[in-house]
Design a protein around this ligand. Structure first.
Ligand code: 6GU
Length: 247
């Protein structure tokens, strides 16, 4: 899968790209990531890409020309390599809120262009012209789309076949479609490792019993109880989801 990240601050991604799963995926040839500095498409000799809003008001607006021209150049740059123009995601607090279903949808694309905003926002014509898939990571305000872009990429790469080893498979993740036979989306069950006792807190006996049937039943119950305690809204949601999926 190919990612193109379009940002005013490419350096923010350096640490993330050089670490852990993403680096493993890149080294294995399963993922490629290219960073593009929007400032290179500035028409200004000082590389300015923002300006004051017409009509007045605080803050600066990302200008339409550098953003549109940067996206178009990145789309075209791919053609000699036989790549598709790619699905354009724009990180924006007004977008649809990210969830696992959207992550699955994005993971099915061969190429994502990830456009990160800053300042007070984009000139509205960026949306009119590019018609991006606007995505938010929640109802709060970040200083820019970069951290949100990393959240999207991090969630998407877990679903690319081969990126996670068999042992760390994403199949059992909370929220994943396949984590329960009934189609409900439940939180994960609690896990324990050595030691068997710490400060009087013991590992549940059933996990040491060696009875795999009992262990599986206990884990299903615990998943349900954990979800009911922490995220009862998921239980309501999953009723709708399983009804929809039957239809
Ligand atoms: Cl994608 N961008 C910004 N600036 N703030 C956010 C966000 C994105 N998602 C939640 N808050």
């Amino acid at each position: 899968m190919r990612f193109d990240i379009l940002t005013l601050f490419p350096a923010i991604f350096d640490g993330y790209l050089g670490q852990s799963l993403l680096k493993k995926g890149i080294d294995a040839g399963l993922i490629s990531v290219q960073l593009h500095d929007i400032r290179r498409w500035s028409r200004d000799k000082h590389h300015k890409v923002d300006d004051r809003p017409f009509g007045g008001g605080p803050g600066m607006i990302l200008q339409v020309e550098p953003v549109v021209e940067c996206v178009e150049a990145v789309q075209q740059l791919a053609q000699p390599q036989g790549l598709q123009p790619g699905h354009l995601v724009m990180l924006s607090p007004r977008g649809r809120t990210l969830n696992q279903k959207i992550v699955e949808e994005l993971a099915a694309k061969p190429r994502l262009l990830v456009l990160c905003g800053r300042y007070e926002g984009f000139d509205e014509r960026v949306f009119d012209i590019l018609q991006p898939d606007e995505i938010s990571i929640g109802d709060y305000v970040l200083n820019g789309g970069e951290v949100a872009a990393m959240a999207v990429i991090d969630a998407v790469i877990r679903l690319i076949p081969g990126v996670l080893g068999d042992e760390e498979s994403s199949q059992h993740d909370s929220f994943s479609r396949s984590n329960s036979s009934s189609g409900n989306r439940l939180l994960e069950f609690p896990q324990y490792s050595r030691p068997r006792e710490f400060r009087g807190h013991e590992v549940p006996e059933v996990l040491i019993s060696g009875n795999h049937e009992q262990i599986a039943r206990w884990r299903r119950e615990q998943s349900y109880l954990s979800t009911r305690k922490r995220r009862a809204d998921l239980l309501d949601d999953s009723k709708h989801i399983s009804k929809d999926e039957k239809d």
